[in-house]
Design a protein around this ligand. Structure first.
Ligand SMILES: Nc1nc2c(c(=O)[nH]1)N[C@H]1C(S)=C(S)[C@@H](COP(=O)(O)O)O[C@H]1N2
Ligand SMILES: [Mo]
Length: 423
């Protein structure tokens, strides 16, 4: 009441933070600040109403100003909050029920793959409770992106443009892509910002258009070494062209685990390049591929200091037991997953209380591009114990013990957990 300017200044500062956040989005346009500014104006209006009520009461009821003030204040605040919550919830419901992307996705029919995934060996699962399933269900698949709201794309009007240092730039519709021979593969995808033991990794059966032949049709010019993907939400992702052309299954993905790509994972089309972290090989909501050079363009995360080239580092994770989970004495299945896409995993070892490394049982894998489950039978004795895991990749390189931060090109170190075994 005494310094109302402070209240309005606080609101203005809050709106300023919002506007800065909006303009910091990859594909923001000036009009995008409108909701934030309108929200700020509404809040300022609500504050002004509050202050006017308070003033009236103070003047007419000088004897009990604070009591009446407080009641008026609470009632008005409650009303404003209820209207705000109702409007917000209504907006969310409207946005979801009438979503262009959901409707469009429901109408997409995916053809059968010309090149189906190799038969999954029977032994891809160790059968241990608590270990990550070999295939991650779409709803459980981690999601990492800069999109505050999931882009809603109508597949019928969607286009993919191929341009840059190519002889024959081209534009494709979704139907153009679906008419090409499709390839299906089990591939593990993970995020560079996954900490040791972290959750940002998953495996799916992806269906897509092989990228190398499509780029060959465009005619990549000599000297180009980078493929820049652009998304409808303004993300840019730079992929080494060697990785597209060295024979690995780089794809324009349209399907995930037997369904059209979920909206959260890039509907209608995303890029996927096995062996590269997502931020350098897995652009979602793809709309453009530009052939260029690394010295000519830095992609979104590269501008922010992350490495331009980021092949996946070998990693292993203990899924069970959970850290600090009480474990009954006797035989315990210690189990998890290990991955080193392109190179594959040749061994996983476990060490309890810094003792000798013991080989874990390694489940099958259909290709070097997927993770492998592993399991180790441990005879738990009462007390507090430390369990560590490390993997060896398909070329014989043992995961280094040295801890590296996720920045700038992926974490290293052995996943270590502590468990208590009651006596
Ligand atoms: N358009 C767009 N694509 C993107 C991103 C993004 O922020 N925007 N994030 C990338 C990162 S960092 C990762 S790890 C993967 C994650 O894919 P997912 O969310 O399907 O698991 O998407 C990549 N593709
Ligand atoms: Mo990522």
């Amino acid at each position: 009441m005494r310094r109302r300017v402070v209240g309005f200044a606080g609101l203005a500062a809050f709106v300023g933070v919002g506007v800065a956040a909006v303009l910091g989005r990859p594909a923001s346009e000036p009009v995008d600040v409108l909701p934030t500014v309108v929200g700020g104006l509404v809040a300022a209006g609500a504050l002004a109403v509050q202050l006017r009520f308070s003033r009236t009461t103070t003047a007419t009821d000088a004897a009990r100003p604070r009591l009446v003030n407080r009641r008026q204040f609470l009632v008005t605040t409650g009303a404003v909050a209820a209207v705000a919550a109702g409007t917000g919830a209504g907006g969310v419901v409207l946005g979801r029920t009438n979503a262009v992307g959901d409707r469009s996705r429901a109408g997409v029919r995916l053809p059968a793959p010309a090149d189906p995934a190799p038969v999954r060996p029977a032994g891809v699962e160790t059968g241990t409770t608590g270990v990550s399933r070999f295939v991650t269900a779409n709803r459980d698949f981690y999601r990492v992106d800069t999109a505050l709201t999931v882009p809603q794309i109508d597949a019928r009007t969607w286009r993919l443009t191929v341009r840059g240092d190519v002889d024959r730039p081209a534009t494709y519709t979704l139907d153009d892509l679906l008419r090409r021979p499709l390839r299906e593969r089990d591939i593990t995808l993970n995020c560079v910002s996954n900490e040791v033991g972290g959750p940002y990794v998953g495996t799916a059966r992806w269906l897509g258009v092989p990228l190398a032949p499509l780029l060959r049709e465009a005619g990549v010019r000599a000297g180009a070494d980078q493929l820049v993907s652009r998304s409808t939400d303004g993300m840019t992702i730079g992929t080494p062209l060697d990785a597209v052309f060295d024979g690995r299954d780089a794809m324009l993905v349209v399907g995930m685990n037997g369904e059209p790509l979920p909206l959260e994972h890039g509907f209608p089309v995303r890029l996927l390049v096995p062996g590269l972290y997502g931020y350098v090989g897995a652009c979602k909501w793809l709309k453009e591929l530009e052939v260029t050079r690394f010295d000519a363009f830095d992609a979104y995360w590269v501008k922010r200091g992350w490495s331009a080239r980021a092949p996946v580092k070998a990693a292993s994770r203990i899924d069970t037991p959970k850290p600090l989970m009480p474990v009954a004495p006797g035989p315990v299945q210690v189990a998890g997953v290990a991955w080193a896409q392109r190179r594959g995993i040749s061994a996983v070892e476990v060490s309890v209380d810094s003792g000798q490394w013991q080989p874990a049982r390694l489940a099958d894998g259909p290709s070097p591009d997927t993770w492998r489950q592993w399991a180790y039978r441990w005879d738990a004795t009462p007390g507090l114990h430390t369990i560590r895991v490390r993997a060896t990749d398909g070329r014989g390189a043992v995961q280094p013990e040295a801890r590296a931060d996720t920045f700038p090109d992926g974490a290293t170190g052995w996943h270590t957990i502590s468990v208590t075994v009651p006596g």
